[in-house]
Design a protein around this ligand. Sequence first.
Ligand code: AHM
Ligand code: MG
Length: 337
Amino acid sequence: MTSQLMTKLPDFLNARQMDADLGLLILDIASSCISISDAVRKGALANILGSAGTGNVQGETQQKLDIFANELLLKSNENTGRLAAMASEENEEIYPTQISSGNYLLLFDPLDGSSNIDVNVSIGTIFSILEKKSSDQVCEQDFLQPGSEQVAAGYVLYGPQTILVLTTGSGVNMFTLDQENQQFLLTNENIQIPKDTKEFAINMSNMRHWAPPVGRYVNECLAGSTGIRKKDFNMRWIASMVADVHRILIRGGVFMYPWDQREPNKPGKLRLMYEANPMSFLIEQAGGSSTNGKSRILTIQPSQLHERVSVILGSENEVNLIMNYHNNNLSGEIDGK
Ligand code: AHM
Ligand code: MG
């Protein structure tokens, strides 16, 4: 099909007969991400690479692009009247909008995979949309809803192509940015993740710190066709959750960023509300599964905006196996001896 015949994002949203403000909010986010994509593509030419020399609420050093993407999303969404408030990985507190009467709440990780910015590897923006349920003045409590309450979620991947992946609760669809006309066109409909896989994604350098069920699972994958799994596995780790999840949506696989002993008091590295929840919504809508090892991520009741969570998601049968190892505490060996 030529690009002239492909469905444009606004037409796709109109055909879904969703609440008009929700459709417009998704278009606002898409438009902000086109601007972020332009900056990513200019890189050094726009003096956008390198450290900003500041830190965020997570204690992480901010890159110039983290700050640029964050400011762009905040500023371009604060006067639309569609949002009551926003929350970002880069802001400790919630960000009430100028016209805080909007019905929606937007959460985002403006630039995920920051360690990949300066080495020209894929990065992305992750977003989650909730309804504001109370009529009181907006506060952090309004955001603390389980992921199952999301009305829409998605990400924009800044890779060889810029791709928007979106769910509004009835399947997952992908749109590719037509650079020339600055618009997203529908390129993959109703994505389904294969139930089985031979590919896993985890940062192997943390192996000695993992809990026994994770160690057991990975060791069984590494044992390949002569081991208990009776098949050879492949491994990938891009260190951009957006890019790793995108691969899983396209060809299956399992992604893990589990709790580990480096920071035993934290449940994991990734953030529940603007990383794990939107990705879990997409994965489930595409027929996959997502868990913290014991429970479905989308059922977790958040107690803080920036809370962290252990994440295991992807092909259903594989995630179920890892969950089974956690629930039955079938530890096995971590070091493979
Ligand atoms: P960020 O939001 O600060 O970029 O951190 C999240 C990223 C994920 O995209 C990725 O899966 C993970 O951190 C990689 O972590 P590590 O460098 O420990 O492998
Ligand atoms: Mg992130």
